[in-house]
Design a protein around this ligand. Sequence first.
Ligand code: HEM
Length: 154
Amino acid sequence: MTTRTRRPLFPTLTAALLGLALVAAPTTARAADKEKKKDADTPLAKAMEELGDTYKALKKTVKDPAKKEETIKLIDKAYQASVTSKLYAPTMLAKVPEADKAKTLDGYRKMMAGVIAEFAKLEQQVLDGKNDEAAETLKNLKQLEDDGHEKYNP
Ligand code: HEM
C-alpha cells in the first residue's frame, strides 16, 4: 500500500484567497469610486448625462443627410440639456475658496454658453446640408467637453 502525502489544504486555500483579494481590491475600490460619482447624482450630473447620450447619438447621425430630421431633434435635446446644465453650479464649486467662487462660476457659465453656440453652429450646418463641416463642429464640442471637465469636473 502506498502512502500518499497529502498537502494540507488550509495554506493553499489561504494563499488562493489572499491572491484573489489582492487582485480584487483595486477593482472594488475603482468600482466604489465610480459608484460614489454616480451617487452624487446632482441635477447637473443628470443634465450632463443627457448631453452625453445625445452627443453619442449625434455622432452616428451627423454625417448622413438622410438622417437630417433625427439629427435636428437630437440638437434640440442637446440645447435643452446644455441650458439646464448652465443653470447649475458644478459640484467642485463647493471646494473653491470664497474669493474665487464668482469668477469660477462665470467661467463655467461662459464655457457652457460656448457649448450652446457650438450646437447652434452645428444646427445651421446640418440645415445647410454641410454634413462634413457639421462633423468637424461635433469634434470641437468634444474638445469643449474635455476642457470643461478638466477644469470643472476634475
Ligand atoms: C458636449 C459637451 C459635453 C458633454 C457631452 C458632457 C458630458 C458629461 C457627462 C456624461 C458627465 C457625467 C455625468 C454623470 O455623473 O453621470 C458630465 C459631468 C460634468 N460635466 Fe460635462 N459634458 C460636456 C461639456 C461640459 C462643459 C463644457 C463643462 C464645463 C463648462 C462641463 C462640466 C461638467 C461638470 C462640472 C460635470 C460634473 C457634474 C457636477 O459637478 O455635479 N461639461 N458631463
